[in-house]
Every structure is written in C-alpha cells, then in structure tokens.
Design a protein around this ligand. Sequence first.
Ligand SMILES: Cc1ncc(COP(=O)(O)O)c(C=O)c1O
Length: 416
Amino acid sequence: MFNYQQFFSTQLQQLQKQNLYRYFLPVQKSAAHFPAFYFTNNKGIKKQAINWCSNDYLGMSTHELLIAKQSFVAHQSGTGSGGTRNISGTTIHHIQLEQTLANWHKKEAALIFTSAYQANVTTLQTLGKQIPGLIFFSDEKNHASIIEGIKGCKNEKKIFAHNNLQQLEILLQTADIHAPKLIVFESVYSMNGTISNIPAIVALAKKYNALTYVDEVHGVGLYGPTGAGITEQQQIQQQVDIINGTLSKAIGVFGGYIAANNHVVDFVRSFGSGFIFTTSLPPAIAATSTKSIELIKADSSIRKTLFTNVALLHEVFTSNNIPFVETHSHITIVPIGNEQLCKQIADNLLHNYGIYVQPINYPTVAKNEACLRIIATAKHVTKHIYHLAASLQKVLLSNENSQQVVSSKVQLQTAY
Ligand SMILES: Cc1ncc(COP(=O)(O)O)c(C=O)c1O
C-alpha cells in the first residue's frame, strides 16, 4: 500500500540533499525603520538587519498616508469584503481601483485579482481554454505563474529563447497564419533583471496577427513618466493587448490585476474561474492601492531616489570587484552558481554583518545557477550601500570557493 508519510519525507530529504530545501527567515518588519528589521537568531537573541531582498521597491508599504488610509477604510468597511465580486464583494473601492489602473495603463478597463500570480494563471487559462486553437508563444524565462497558466490548458505551446526575437519570429512563421496566437512575456525579468524590447515584440505580433500579453509585475510603479511601467517608458501601452501587474511590490499593498480593452476584461470577468469563484480583495486593501498609485503618479522623486541608489550600488560594487549582471533595470544579480555556497554566503552576511539577502535557487532559477538577488529600495541610504559592498566583498574573499566569484566579471546581454 502507498505510504504517504514516507513519500513526503523522502521527497523532502532529497531536496535537502540537493541543497534546494527552502528555509524561511521570520522577519519582524518595521514600518518605522524599513529597510531595517528584527529577527531572532538561532541562539534566541533578537538582532537587527538591513533587508536587501524586499520587493517593496519604493517602501510604499511603510508610507504614513497609506497606513492611515488602510486603517480608516478598515474602520469604515471592516477587514474583509465577505463575498466574491458577484455576491456582494464589489465595493466602490474595487471600482475606483479598477478605474485608476485602467487610466494609468491607458486601457479601457482593468480587473483586480487576489494576486498577480492568480491574474496570470486565470487570464492565460481562460484565453487558452476559450479561444479555439489558440497557440501560446512564451519566453523561456517567464515566471512560474505564466508557466502554470499555460500548462493548465491543452493548447499548443512554443517556447522561445529568452528575449530572442529572431527565434520568436521563426516560431511565428511555422504556425498556421490563420490560427489565433498569444505572445506572453515579461517587461522586467525578475531573476536576471533583463528588460524586453516591447515595440519589437508588438511589431511581430501585428505582422503575424497575434495578441500580446506582458507581465509588468516588476515594472509597475517604477518606470515611465508616471510610473506605469516599461510599457509607459517605451510608449507602447496602447499597442500591447493585455498588461498584467501586481499591487504587492512597488505599490506596497496587496493583489494583482490585468488591464486591457473592454472586451478582453469583460471576457475574463465572465469566463475566468479564478476570478469568479474567490472572495474579492478587502475594501481597505483596494482603497489603499488606489491611494498608493495616486502618490506614485504625483511624486516621481521616490522613483528617482530608487534609481540613484541602484546606480550608486553598481558603482560601489564595481570599485569593490563584486561581479553583477549588468542590465538596465533596478534588479541586481550577483551570480554564485552552487546552491550550498550561495546559502553559506547569505548566512554569513546575515549572522555576521546584519545583511539579509535571500539566496535564490532552483526552481526559481536553473540548477547550479544560484544567485544573490539584491534589491536597493528607495529607502536605503548611502551608508547601507557601502556597508553591503564592503561586507559582501569580505564574505566572498573569505571562502576559497567564492573567491572565484570575485575574479569573474559577468556581463549579460540585454535585449534593450
Ligand atoms: C514576474 C512575476 N509575475 C508574477 C508574480 C506574482 O506576483 P504576486 O506576488 O502579485 O502574486 C511574480 C512574483 O513574484 C513575478 O515575479
């Protein structure tokens, strides 16, 4: 007979043996001191560290006006919505957020979900299942939620090499010209920091009569004159068919969405199981997200501070011989390779230098491509950056295996 407990424990042991087991650090987040936070070390002592791996890129989750807004609306409307969108879960705050998102992305409409993961899975599966014969064209580095969405339906899938538009065109040429097609890609790739050439992808889509779907999860809030993302920066918002984004990273609150024309949004609203059959976002979360977007649109100085910090980080890393992948985005990747080594480096940084960088390993990245994904936020200050560079240099040089990392100069070709 099948031994369930043994099955689970063997699988988990294998993960541990491969150094792929995930350890979570319980973070005591501090609104007053972000990016500083507190944690309890393995001796039970409370310590402070600086967070270098948060996706709260602008520090909006700690913004006084947003904290006040969330508390105010929670007092007015309660903590949860109490229903799906169809059954009493649509409030004025949901409607206002969708209108704000649609305007921001220069689209007719938007639809909010409980996460961008959910938005990707639901939208891609709905389109795949409902459009007869739809063929997906997907970048090989697309996020797990995109892969999950595409895998969840039986449609034909064609995977192109990361940001390789020549290969994408060859794949488009091999498909039936009359078949419906959807090109799915990200604007900023989370785990290597590359940025897509969206106008070139849109041009291919028009040539081969395909729809385009861009995941802007790491672009919204940061790029473009009003922070609407890479599609805004590259002035291509109106030509991309569907934009996916998150409310949980740069916007600093919680949830996800798509923005598109009325037909597409109404279609996913009407046929998307993952939208229909789940409780809507709490009203206070929706209202706070709207407020955050308003603040981001109105004040470009927060974004400027973030990019000034990223530029300084790169300058100081270069002068400290710390290799990183050179891209045009805010994501800084220090490639390490071996998973065990990557974890040792991260542990050393946390326990001896008060620096928290989560090691990134398989399946988030390929096996043997473990890396440190470092995020300078708008809330880091100059002394944090110098402290990180000096500490990382010491840690890398202190270990025979990681010394090689320091001597390698890594450059990644960016598509844009
Ligand atoms: C590229 C990409 N898409 C989607 C998601 C999911 O976003 P959310 O956290 O809102 O579910 C992530 C999250 O990490 C991501 O990196």
